[in-house]
Design a protein around this ligand. Sequence first.
Ligand code: FAD
Length: 433
Amino acid sequence: MALDPAPRVVVLGAGFAGLRAVRRLGHARVATLWVDARNYHCFLPLLYQVATAGLEPQDIAYPARSILRRLPVVDFQLARVVGADPGAQRLRTTTGEHIPYSHLIVATGGAAEDFGIPGARDATFRLYDLEDARALRNHVLRICECATTEVRATERAALLTFVIVGGGATGVETAGALAEFRRHVVPRDYRAFEASAMRIVLVEAGPELLPPFPPVLRARARRDLEAFGVEVRAGTRVSRITPVGVELAGGAHIPTHTAIWAAGIRAAPVAADLGFPTGRSGRLLVEPTLQIPGQPRVFAAGDVALVAGQERLPQVAQVAIQQGEHAAENVLRVLRGEGLLDFQYRDKGALATIGRSRAVAAIRGLEFAGRPAWWVWLVIHLVMLIGFRNRLVVLVNWAWNYFTYDRGLRAIVGAEHETSEDGERARAAGGPG
Ligand SMILES: Cc1cc2nc3c(=O)[nH]c(=O)nc-3n(C[C@H](O)[C@H](O)[C@H](O)COP(=O)(O)OP(=O)(O)OC[C@H]3O[C@@H](n4cnc5c(N)ncnc54)[C@H](O)[C@@H]3O)c2cc1C
């Protein structure tokens, strides 16, 4: 059947879901506009490596326009969408411009969920984009610099304490990477203090780490982290965070200038402004076909979508990839006048790395850990990265880190860099922002 003569599909979001959707539509030769507030696709699962000086920001980002070189019917627009007029079928951007669509796929991803905990929003570092990762890396490096000249023991201890809130994959991987930094970088770069003076605390409200993994692997991840010197506090709620410490529900206080928030996810803010119904954590409610109820030409995919009857699907890359492709497939079906298909997730498994040669994997009924899981993690992440150059650079970086026990270029670069020591201290003590 012939396609609708003049469709103009808009795909909002250049994450995993949006990328898959534009590829599917582009290969079907449907005129598509890809819109994102950044001009690149970011590989979020490796953000923590940028934040801990393992990789450079550009290693995990790939320009949207380069992705489109072989898809001539797809164009890209750099724009932050702030609203929509579903009746008129158009989006509204920060500049007041309107972007019309014949069909729309919303794939705007997630943002940190702070659960209303005081300080969780303003006094923590978070990991949702490259700027977050760069800010955290600069902060960690600056904190270490400050600690080399700090003579007050209690202040030095606070400077060298890193608290990660949230025992999911991001929290576990960040804690593991910081532990590696302590083991391999601190003794060589920061001789003014003992590596053991650096304290890494992982706080998780639930009873165990990595809840989606089988119990054996959860226990293994915890053992590996503890063997790495990470203090794991499971079953512990955070009640308040300030620039100088983390308060726990029982009343304990951990003095620190570095709280990293990896505790929860909600929909990116724009989801609330599009005029479509939202559900838990501000996510867009969608039918099993990924259509917005009452909007047959509008779909949502990835972290932003809450699928009816499949509310327990995890907010992970595989779900986003499969939903992005499915939403595009259903748009093509609408254009061809065919019936739509319900989304069905094919679970390919879960992986988390804990540090050098340590990981846990649950793949197709197999549960394994240690070096084999780490190799699988390495290969899968390399394959999933976009662009041959990025794959090569990341591979070389990892090989370098592996054989030299070193980490990436540890330069403090960015707008907030201060040269005066007073400035360094003020900023370090003030934490994020
Ligand atoms: C630190 C971290 C580590 C992770 N690790 C893993 C892992 O190891 N394994 C795994 O499977 N999953 C992991 N995830 C989850 C996984 O990355 C997400 O599930 C996946 O990225 C979701 O894809 P998405 O396309 O829905 O959204 P995203 O990838 O978040 O992309 C959303 C896009 O929408 C754009 N956008 C948002 N708002 C607007 C707006 N108003 N206007 C224009 N553009 C907008 C954003 O700029 C972004 O490009 C991790 C996530 C994070 C944050």
